[in-house]
Design a protein around this ligand. Structure first.
Ligand code: HPA
Length: 234
């Protein structure tokens, strides 16, 4: 047990999928895994361990934003020895060629501020994904016929952004989409020599104002779970 995760040692698998929403963790575990066991409910941040095609997997909610994700990922790595960590979540499109429902595989993530800023100080560290996972995820998404983009994203600290000029600079520099967690996941995975990837569905678009209809959200989320599982175990 840790401060934020009530799981016993051994309850957490080496491979962990990290949706922001704990109820998404529940849905994914019940939909895609066998022999599912609830392993965490501290603060309602649900985590489940089960098997997928015989492989042990944990699906643990990370909460929203880098400070929350950082708590769970630190404890998953340091106390439970998680080795492969894949975020599955939504993002806002920032380029005209990026459409609603498309999948974004974040090769790297720019950020203005993360829980790691105290370490890097003046250094502009470029947190990057594990290429092996990214490569496999790309093929899994293509096999499903989903339009998939690989490139840089922006991990913001605020959803209700008062700095539209920053978004403009991100768009100008080819950043595909914005979300709020990947940069710190990548920082921590690189720091502790683990594999990490963010698999994201475009749920809204900053330029067009389009949004994923709520009836499509479950299907898109399910596709991300399958892409993440195939990337982890293929
Ligand atoms: N901003 C930040 N995070 C997000 C967004 C957004 O527009 N869409 C989905 N996650």
């Amino acid at each position: 047990m840790t401060i934020h995760i009530g799981a016993n040692p051994g309850d957490i698998a080496e491979t962990v999928l990290l949706p922001g929403d704990p109820y998404r963790a529940k849905w994914a575990a019940e939909t895609f895994l066998e022999d599912v066991k609830l392993v965490n409910e501290v603060r309602g941040m649900l985590g489940f361990t089960g098997t997928w095609n015989g492989h042990r997997v944990t699906i643990q909610g990370s909460g929203m934003g880098m400070p929350s994700l950082s708590i769970y990922v630190n404890e998953l790595i340091k106390d439970y020895d998680a080795k492969t960590l894949i975020r599955i979540g939504s993002c806002g499109g920032m380029q005209p060629q990026v459409g609603i429902r498309d999948v974004i595989l974040a090769s790297t993530s720019s950020t203005i501020s993360t829980p790691s800023i105290g370490i890097f100080k003046e250094l502009n560290f470029a947190p990057s994904a594990d290429f092996g996972l990214l490569h496999k995820a790309f093929h899994a998404a293509e096999k499903k016929g989903i339009t998939t983009h690989v490139g840089g994203i922006y991990s913001a600290d605020v959803f209700y952004d008062e700095r539209p000029d920053l978004n403009e600079q991100m768009t100008r520099h080819g950043i595909l989409a914005v979300e709020m967690e990947a940069a710190e996941l990548y920082n921590l995975a690189l720091r502790y020599n683990r594999r990490a990837l963010a698999v994201l569905t475009v749920s809204d678009h900053l330029q067009t104002g389009e949004a994923l209809p709520s009836e499509d959200r479950e299907k898109s989320f399910g596709d991300m779970v399958e892409i993440a599982l195939e990337a982890a175990f293929s």
